[in-house]
Design a protein around this ligand. Sequence first.
Ligand SMILES: NC(=O)c1ccc[n+]([C@@H]2O[C@H](COP(=O)([O-])OP(=O)(O)OC[C@H]3O[C@@H](n4cnc5c(N)ncnc54)[C@H](O)[C@@H]3O)[C@@H](O)[C@H]2O)c1
Ligand SMILES: [Zn+2]
Length: 361
Amino acid sequence: MQTESQDVNVKINEKPSYTYPIFIGENLIGNAQAYIEKYTSAKKLLVVTNKTIIDLYPNSLNLKNAEYIILEDGEQYKNFETYKLILEKAQELKLERKDALIAFGGGVIGDITGFCAATYLRGIDFVQIPTTLLAQVDSSVGGKVAINTEFGKNLIGAFYQPKFVLADTSVLKTLDNRQFKTGLSEVIKYAFIEKTAKCDYGFLEFLTKNVESIKQRDNKTLKELIKICCEIKAKVVNEDEKEAGLRAILNFGHTYAHAIEKVTNYTHFTHGEAVAIGMRFAFDLAKKLNTISADYYNEAISLLAKYALTYVLPSGIKKEDLIEAMSFDKKVLDNKVRFILPIGRAAVKITSGTRPEEICN
Ligand SMILES: NC(=O)c1ccc[n+]([C@@H]2O[C@H](COP(=O)([O-])OP(=O)(O)OC[C@H]3O[C@@H](n4cnc5c(N)ncnc54)[C@H](O)[C@@H]3O)[C@@H](O)[C@H]2O)c1
Ligand SMILES: [Zn+2]
């Protein structure tokens, strides 16, 4: 079996510096064994996945020497108990430092598997096979891994990079429409921050031109789209792995989104839906503050509409609730929020020292 040449190379400049490849394309997962042999020296593999994915893709990975742990499906299982279950399974199988954990699933699976890999024996090899659009363009890139606790989401975690990422566009065909759109919201986010990330793919034009083929999940268009997103994220992460500065631009739309998710108890909107509202809100604020032209404002709002990413807040949500929720965000320091504001076409600026009340006006 042959492996393709990499599509994106992620470089992490932190010391010691580290590089890993991302492979993107149609029907890649059946070839997972060849990639694993090339990029790890694992003898034993533990694949972490969930019931939904394994029902859809029972033997698709075609792996030799792999054991599976099949979790319940849902964000609520990204917790301590599951973490313990996976580690116990790794111990039972006597996985050694050189063996590997394989995350086969969406962001939930990727985050929890990565955190297990980071901590089991103080770190064993880890491979990401992301199966949602969100995981392929966002959570599998950049090395943030985590679990949720009763105190909040993703508060216990690590920065831990995989050996490689295998993003197969074919598996996106089985995603339901809502999950696909959730990923698209993060995709569009990259178009709005592209220039600040010092990239120049003309991603806004790409997304405007290819609405139909993207919605139809055309493999070739998706490959191009995922590649651009990964490159933008990789560029930002390369400059700032631990979020000392620039990485904050990836949170465009997120300050508000996190507050919305919190006040609606994480049940009303998916993350991407909340991000779409958050981006809309950031554009409204930018228009009001005169930091962008009317033309760009209209272009941005109509792009969200083209992908049907227009949502309204449920009635009954008060401004005060959103302000309070923002004050508890883990990115808040001294009750000042770091807000990402559009300041030009495909460009944003990190504003710090903003009080939640100012943003919500
Ligand atoms: N580490 C990071 O940098 C980062 C970034 C963004 C989000 N996240 C995390 O990612 C998680 C969200 O990820 P997600 O949106 O992928 O959600 P998810 O992992 O819950 O997947 C969404 C749903 O799609 C199903 N699914 C997965 N692949 C499928 C396929 N190919 N066909 C059909 N159904 C499929 C899943 O079983 C699940 O029901 C959150 O926990 C979030 O905190 C992490
Ligand atoms: Zn997000």
